[in-house]
Design a protein around this ligand. Structure first.
Ligand code: SAH
Ligand code: SF4
Length: 362
């Protein structure tokens, strides 16, 4: 298979051009075409010599992945796309627009794209459709960026969140290369601050990212106030304690000067009691953070349920009363992140639903 141009870092491209007797500046030129201008073939790069374009085309591809399905919400504010990756694999990406004026809110207009980083996921979270599919493969940097490009070819994108299918920090190199293309002034020129990486909590990955010099936002999926429950919800979390994760979060905040978001998927009767909210608040006190409550989006079977609106509010109130900043992800936000995996699931062979033994997820 030919390498996608955007699988290469800008340094690798500079080296390629240098090796072909060309100025390093050509790398920036090619990236501008591929990213800022959304070119889909080398033919379009009209300010590159024809021979060089041919040479590029013989070694690289710029072809976008085929669109297998696309759904747009009635008001046009949310779009979800399923992209084919060859070999029967597919991933999805979602675009969600936020128009403060229409909602009577302050702030500026945003268009956020939620990208996937893997086909499936090896982490096995019991409430996650992607986790229940198991792991197939990592995406390349080009395949991650292609999801954003699908939308930027149609309209401006202001934010990118790594909250789709897969665990970004388990596909570290491709994730970081993709982020660099997104923020590259010759690329999509997004602000690193408008990019958020969500992780299930891979400690070494969080530390590596903190050292990367990219001021991207970090979200850590916590889901439980204690290790025992967290391990039941995230079976692969066994090696990491919440205390260790909070230490990694503190380190990230200190190094990057940004608060961290803790994601908490609310599951009725499992992790949504007021007592659990107080326990969570006690652990987070003093950490410059923000809790993002995500009412469970039913995807993984009938045994898990979304709590009532009242229970969600009560959980949020307990956190706030204890001085912990907490917001509830709005329904459309849920469509973007929590529902990531659903479109693919609809096409993939269904697995056995997650079963609860004595009220506990397995
Ligand atoms: N693997 C990363 C990023 C992808 S998941 C992570 O786990 O953080 C993005 C977010 O959606 C995570 O916070 C995840 O816990 C949440 N999520 C996944 N499935 C969900 C569901 N069915 N209901 C609610 N939240 C869900
Ligand atoms: Fe993977 Fe995130 Fe889903 Fe867990 S929630 S299975 S880490 S994609």
């Amino acid at each position: 298979m030919t390498t996608h141009l955007l699988d290469c870092t800008s340094d690798e491209l500079e080296a390629w051009f240098a090796a072909h007797g060309e100025s390093r500046y050509r790398a920036a030129q090619a990236l501008r075409w591929a990213l800022a201008r959304g070119a889909t073939s080398f033919e379009q790069m009209t300010d590159l010599p024809a021979a060089l374009r041919e040479q590029l085309a013989s070694e690289f591809t710029l072809a976008p992945p085929p669109v297998l399905a696309e759904t747009v919400s009635d008001d046009g504010g949310t779009a979800k796309v399923l992209l084919g990756l060859g070999g029967g694999d597919a991933v999805e990406a979602v675009r969600m627009d936020y128009d403060p004026e229409a909602l009577g809110h302050a702030g500026s207009e945003r268009s956020t794209v939620c990208v996937s980083t893997q086909v499936g996921c090896a982490m096995g979270c019991v409430f996650c459709a992607t986790g229940q599919q198991g792991f197939t493969r990592n995406l390349t940097a080009g395949e991650i960026v292609a999801q954003v490009l699908h939308f930027t070819r149609r309209r401006r994108v202001t934010n990118v969140v790594f909250m789709g299918m897969g665990e970004p920090l388990a596909n570290y190199a491709a994730t970081v290369t993709a982020i660099r293309h997104l923020i590259d002034p010759d690329g999509l020129h997004l602000s690193a601050r408008s990019i958020t990486v969500s992780t299930v909590g891979l400690r070494s990955g969080i530390r590596r990212l903190a050292a990367e010099g990219l001021p991207v936002g970090l979200a850590i999926s916590l889901h439980a106030p204690d290790d025992e429950l967290r391990r039941r919800l995230i079976p692969t979390a066994a090696g990491t304690t919440i205390d260790e994760l909070l230490a990694a979060a503190r380190d990230y905040i200190a190094r990057r000067g940004r608060r961290v978001t803790f994601a908490y998927a609310l599951l009725e009767g499992v992790n949504d009691s007021e007592q659990q909210a107080r326990a969570l608040a006690a652990r987070l006190r003093g950490i410059q953070s923000h809790v993002n409550l995500i009412p469970y989006n039913p995807t993984a079977g009938e045994t898990l349920r979304r709590p009532s609106r009242e229970r969600v509010r009560a959980f949020q109130r307990e956190l706030q009363a204890a001085g912990v900043n907490a917001t509830v992800r709005i329904e459309r936000g849920a469509a973007i992140a929590a529902a990531c995996g659903q479109l693919r699931t609809a096409q993939a062979r269904r697995r056995e639903p997650v079963a609860l033994a004595d009220g506990r997820p397995r």
